[in-house]
Design a protein around this ligand. Structure first.
Ligand code: ATP
Length: 505
């Protein structure tokens, strides 16, 4: 695996996986573009998720809701009031930080002084942040007195009182920029699922339990984006909202934690690097009854890859009309605008109730980063040279097969290779690349670095012009394996089965 983010960043840029957005103008902070190989890897990961969670199940529907979101959706969801991170400024350097991130980086003795100043008994960062946000004036002074260091300068700072910063991006819909036309870029895909609950239910006649799955962009104005594509301002999520009967929620919560852990392993992440973390009650979001995060050992540390929350009836309960009549258990805002009853009629008793929901929510970009980190391998070759090889699961590799003519000045060979490429492409296994650029050793090295599992070479034997004068090897090609670097010779008719066997899901 990669030992630092830097070596991944370098590989991603060099080989065309991921670029800084608007790089030619100095870059837009916390935003990245996926290059020719990155887009393939990301699409493959999303397709694998969709296949598993939609196609392979008979209790799931797909959805693709809009990014632009009505203000009331994010009002009643609670985002307008609470989707905020605590932020603090250093008056000297003018740098701004997310409070919890800043505290995480402080030396032990600085934190000890802060715990004492804020009278927090148990030494727990979460509790410290909460105490500080309850007494922001005192907290600002305490930070300065405790000598909280500014990571940018390495020096103690003069800190402002911390305050909340709402992370939603605002925009205006239509020609007039006023309050009435204010809309948001969605900060999560989930809300699009909740507000479409009745539409999907009416269109599909689903019975509980069933889920709605969605993949799409989400936007958060993170105070301090960092760690490459780990924490960014524009990202993608793969989210499921799985609706169940109240009382069955704990069972389904456990079920989804297991299911998701299994899936990430199938994608190639090793079990030792995946850590399920049960959030303690004081860390839980206000809507959650329980949350298990799946943490991954990223090169920069053990951090969240996916969160699986039991959100009870909070979401549908927040957005439904007739709230009183439905006996909602979660504490929700009184909804005075909704025109739909987001509830379920029990087919046996005829009674209406609001389903509970289990939400497995994964970050696509964090998934891509985890896959790259896990796959990155430096190997010493027998001849003393080193090679970098990206040991991605073959199904996820950006390029599945490279078809390479041994020489590029022999039309029989290049034409054969082009025909073969078309034939392999028709198998529908993903991207197959015809490549006649430069020497074959270099091509192998490049394909190792981008994780291409198979390189197929068309040579003189293939066209029936073997050195020994026979046509014994006509229509055979060599297949090189990325991981073992071994080459075998196969008849092209066998090649199809060989590749299908190794590249199908
Ligand atoms: P964090 O605590 O790291 O800020 P979160 O708990 O706010 O994340 P959720 O709201 O649970 O994240 O979002 C679900 C998933 O979306 C996360 O597990 C993560 O994979 C992804 N995600 C959230 N914020 C970002 C971001 N800024 N950049 C990239 N991915 C993100």
């Amino acid at each position: 695996p990669a030992s630092s983010l830097d070596e991944l960043v370098a590989l991603c840029k060099r080989r065309g996986f991921i670029f800084q957005s608007s790089e030619i103008y100095g870059g837009l902070q916390g935003v990245y573009d996926y290059g020719p190989l990155g887009v393939e890897l990301k699409n493959n990961l999303k397709q694998a998720w969709w296949r598993r969670n939609v196609y392979e199940r008979d209790d799931m529907e797909g959805l693709d809701a809009s990014v632009l979101t009505h203000r009331l959706v994010l009002h009643y969801s609670g985002h307008e009031a609470t989707f905020a991170d605590p932020m603090v400024d250093n008056r000297i350097t003018k740098k701004r930080y997310r409070l919890d991130h800043l505290l995480k980086e402080q030396p032990e003795e600085v934190l000890k002084r802060l715990y004492r100043a804020m009278e927090v008994e148990e030494e727990n960062l979460h509790a410290l942040v909460q105490a500080m946000m309850q007494a922001p004036e005192r907290a600002g002074g305490a930070m300065t007195a405790a000598g909280v260091l500014d990571p940018a300068s390495g020096e103690p700072g003069d800190w402002t009182p911390p305050r909340y910063f709402n992370m939603m991006f605002k925009t205006y819909v239509g020609p007039v920029e006023d309050e009435a036309s204010l809309a948001y870029l969605r900060p999560e895909t989930a809300q699009g699922i909740f507000v479409n609950f009745k539409n999907v239910l009416d269109a599909t006649s689903r019975k509980l339990p069933f889920g709605i799955a969605q993949i799409g962009k989400a936007f958060r104005n993170e105070i301090t984006p960092r760690n490459f594509i780990f924490r960014v301002r524009e990202f993608e999520q793969m989210e499921i909202e799985y609706f169940v009967r109240p009382g069955e929620d704990e069972y389904w919560h456990r079920y989804w934690v297991e299911e998701r852990l299994k899936w990430w392993q199938e994608m190639g992440l090793s079990r030792e690097n995946l850590v399920p973390y049960q959030q303690p009650p004081e860390e839980l979001a206000h809507y959650a009854k329980a949350t298990v995060d799946i943490l991954y050992r990223f090169p920069h540390g053990l951090e969240e890859l996916e969160g699986i929350a039991n959100r009870t009836d909070f979401d549908l309960g927040s957005h439904t009309k007739d709230q009183e009549a439905l006996g909602i258990t979660a504490r929700v805002l009184r909804n005075e605008h909704s025109t739909q009853r987001l509830a379920y009629r029990d087919p046996e008793t005829g009674k209406w109730f609001v389903p509970y929901v289990i939400e497995p929510s994964a970050g696509v970009d964090r998934g891509v980063l985890a896959l790259l980190a896990e796959a990155f391998t430096r190997e010493e070759l027998p001849n003393g040279e080193e090679r970098i090889v990206l040991k991605l699961k073959p199904q996820l590799a950006p390029i599945k097969v490279a078809v390479i003519p041994l020489v590029k000045n022999r039309p029989e060979i290049t034409e054969y290779a082009k025909r073969l490429k078309a034939r392999l492409l028709a198998l529908g296994l993903g991207r197959v690349l015809y490549e006649d650029t430069g020497n074959i050793g270099k091509a192998y090295r490049r394909h190792d670095e981008v994780g291409t599992p198979f390189a197929v070479t068309v040579d003189y034997d293939t066209i029936g012009q073997s050195k020994d004068g026979t046509t014994r090897l006509k229509d055979t090609v060599t297949v090189r394996d990325r991981d073992t670097m071994e080459q075998i010779r196969l008849h092209v008719d066998e090649l199809e089965g060989f590749l299908r066997e190794r590249l199908r899901w």
